[in-house]
Design a protein around this ligand. Structure first.
Ligand SMILES: NC(=O)c1ccc[n+]([C@@H]2O[C@H](COP(=O)([O-])OP(=O)(O)OC[C@H]3O[C@@H](n4cnc5c(N)ncnc54)[C@H](OP(=O)(O)O)[C@@H]3O)[C@@H](O)[C@H]2O)c1
Length: 332
């Protein structure tokens, strides 16, 4: 595993981080996960040199019992492994109105009121069994929030109190530039954003901005929710409760397969398969600090972390990938 610097935080993060959205299931998005396998995946990830864990207050949140099962699982792992001090833990404050993405006309008082930010930090520390978060991210964003001062004062206070070391923004889906004004305040050290072979737009403005201003970059959804693994075909059916029933409905699945077949033809001897290609594509950008594939299985951890050990992709292949974009928003 190789490491990169997470922007001005100075933290050395593994090139491959672990995304944990699906590790503890989620009543609204994912079918129940196998918690034992998820726990093993976390252990395997750190055995292989991984040190960056991305979670969120909302992952695995069950409104029936109020439990936040991704946090709980990671808290259990931290306790079992005794490795908290070697790891960088990132979580997210959800919007209080529980609306993704943030809408331009909705004021910050409905999304991130001061006491909500404090509550979500305190909940997260308790769930995870830790005394500080290395990175706390806003789980949605609108740059119009920048004109308000409440959130700025609260994050300064929580930092002074030692509860959060650094702050980040997890931008709305496919809106990589809807955070640049917030970055200008100097209060935000890292941005999490969708970046993959299909969605290359972040390379246009966000990456150069981050490079010039020393902002850490966390690339999420690197495998297009599994689409870029090449493992789906037109017969693939997702389990009831898996949001990919809609995300990859039959028509989209047909289009996906045409596109992944085209990518497979580009592989040659230079990439080990589509997963390898997709992750090494992102690692070819020096501005990216870490990539966080969702890894609920040990086999995924083994396969995905190996991308960091491989050579960089050749320039010819990177050039060919530029024409493989497929801009769309299947979440909406
Ligand atoms: N708004 C936000 O802040 C936001 C939104 C989305 C995600 N995230 C974060 O970003 C992370 C990554 O995004 P994501 O998990 O949604 O999407 P992703 O990483 O693009 O795809 C994850 C899916 O890819 C499959 N997969 C992963 N490695 C594989 C391998 N080696 N071989 C075969 N299949 C493999 C798994 O599919 P199966 O499930 O079919 O096994 C997994 O569920 C999340 O876990 C979360 O931490 C943040």
């Amino acid at each position: 595993m190789k490491y990169r610097t997470l922007g001005k935080t100075g933290l050395k993060v593994a090139e491959i981080g672990i995304g944990t959205w699906q590790l503890a299931g989620d009543p609204n998005y994912w079918v129940d996960s196998n918690l034992n396998e998820s726990l093993k995946s976390l252990h395997r990830y750190t055995e292989l040199g991984g040190n960056f864990i991305d979670t969120a207050w909302i992952y695995g949140y069950d409104e029936k019992d109020g439990r936040r099962r991704s946090h709980e699982l990671i808290g259990k792992f931290l306790k079992e492994s005794g490795q908290r001090n070697k790891l960088i833990i990132a979580s997210k404050v959800p919007p209080k109105n529980m609306h993704w993405p943030a809408q331009p006309e909705v004021p910050i008082s409905e999304v991130f009121p001061d006491n909500w930010i404090i509550k979500c930090v305190d909940d997260s520390l308790k769930d995870l069994g830790i005394d500080h978060l290395d990175l706390m991210q806003f789980h949605v964003w609108q740059d119009s929030f920048v004109k308000e001062d409440g959130w700025k004062n609260i994050i300064r206070k929580l930092t002074r109190d030692g509860k959060v070391s650094y702050w980040g923004i997890s931008v709305n889906d496919y809106q990589p530039e809807n955070c640049l004004k917030a970055l200008d305040t100097g209060l935000i050290s890292a941005v999490q954003f969708i970046f993959n072979i299909f969605h290359q737009k972040p390379a246009e403005r966000l990456l150069p901005y981050a490079q010039s201003n020393n902002i850490g970059l966390i690339a999420r959804v690197p495998l297009d929710e599994g689409g870029l693994t090449g493992k789906f075909d037109t017969q693939t059916r997702f389990a009831t409760g898996d949001f990919r029933q809609q995300y990859f409905n039959p028509e989209r699945l047909r289009e996906l397969v045409i596109r992944t077949d085209a990518l497979k033809k580009l592989l040659g001897n230079e990439a080990g398969g589509l997963v390898d290609l997709a992750l090494r594509y992102l690692l070819s950008f020096k501005e990216v600090s870490t990539i966080i594939p969702g890894m609920r299985k040990v086999s995924y951890v083994d396969a995905n972390t190996s991308a960091s050990d491989a050579e960089r992709l050749p320039a010819r292949l990177l050039e060919e990938l530029k024409s493989q974009t497929w801009e769309r928003n299947f979440y909406s």
